[in-house]
Write a protein that binds this ligand. Structure first.
Ligand SMILES: Cc1cc2nc3c(=O)[nH]c(=O)nc-3n(C[C@H](O)[C@H](O)[C@H](O)COP(=O)(O)O)c2cc1C
Length: 200
């Protein structure tokens, strides 16, 4: 499978089979996903990997019993694994305080960063993880943490200041699931609408 194949074949999977991942598979995926570029080679993205009971704990933390009743994607809760990539701002500030980066003026505070590269880098890694999942024949779905980021951080002992871009559910797709997201029908915008040659 080429990168182009993986990009073409990937669709968000929101319904998973109740089947665990092969032991060690997830660690291998994360190991490969963390090779994406990072600003100043900070490597300031860390991955909270949840399997087994930890997955249930994640959903207990983010989805109340009340909201669960009419949650539109019950098959998402069956995913055997969740990965939350976190960008760690302190690592970026410290790296940019080093001599070869000092000229950028970003070594004092994360507030000075017009683009929070810890989120950029975490998003790159999140995408790589999804493409690697496709390569493994797995389904995956990136979804938002919305206002649950702090609760998830506290529940899983994530250090203060770390920022999550979202959560990735991974597993074997449930072949019997017919439900598709309303977003799917939006189709793909034509290339000439998004490609601006020379000027917008
Ligand atoms: C930043 C971001 C946030 C997303 N949040 C959610 C979400 O909260 N729930 C969800 O079901 N899907 C979420 N998605 C998945 C998108 O809905 C999906 O990627 C989009 O509709 C295109 O469909 P496809 O992934 O099947 O190509 C998110 C995707 C991105 C990139």
């Amino acid at each position: 499978m080429t990168v182009s194949d993986a990009l073409r074949d990937r669709r968000s999977c929101r319904s998973f089979a109740d089947r665990p991942l092969a032991p060690g598979l997830l660690a291998g995926l994360v190991d490969r996903a963390r090779r994406t570029p990072t600003a100043g080679n900070c490597q300031g993205v860390e991955f909270l990997v949840l399997e087994g009971n930890d997955v249930a704990t994640y959903w207990e933390t983010t989805l109340t019993a009340e909201r669960r009743v009419d949650f539109p994607w019950p098959g998402l809760l069956v995913a055997p694994a969740l990965v939350v990539p976190w960008g760690v701002p302190d690592r970026y500030v410290a790296r940019y305080a080093e001599a070869d980066k000092a000229r950028a003026g970003l070594g004092d505070s994360s507030d000075d960063w017009s683009v929070p590269y810890w989120l950029t880098d975490a998003a790159f890694a999140a995408m790589a993880l999804q493409l690697l999942a496709v390569e493994e024949g797995l389904g995956c779905c990136f979804f938002g943490l919305f206002d649950h980021e702090t609760a998830v951080a506290e529940r899983f002992n994530v250090p203060e200041g770390a920022r999550a871009v979202g959560t990735i559910a991974l597993g074997h797709p449930d072949p019997t699931s017919a439900r598709v997201s309303g977003s799917v029908g939006r189709g793909r915008r034509p290339l000439d609408e998004v490609l601006h040659r020379g000027a917008w």
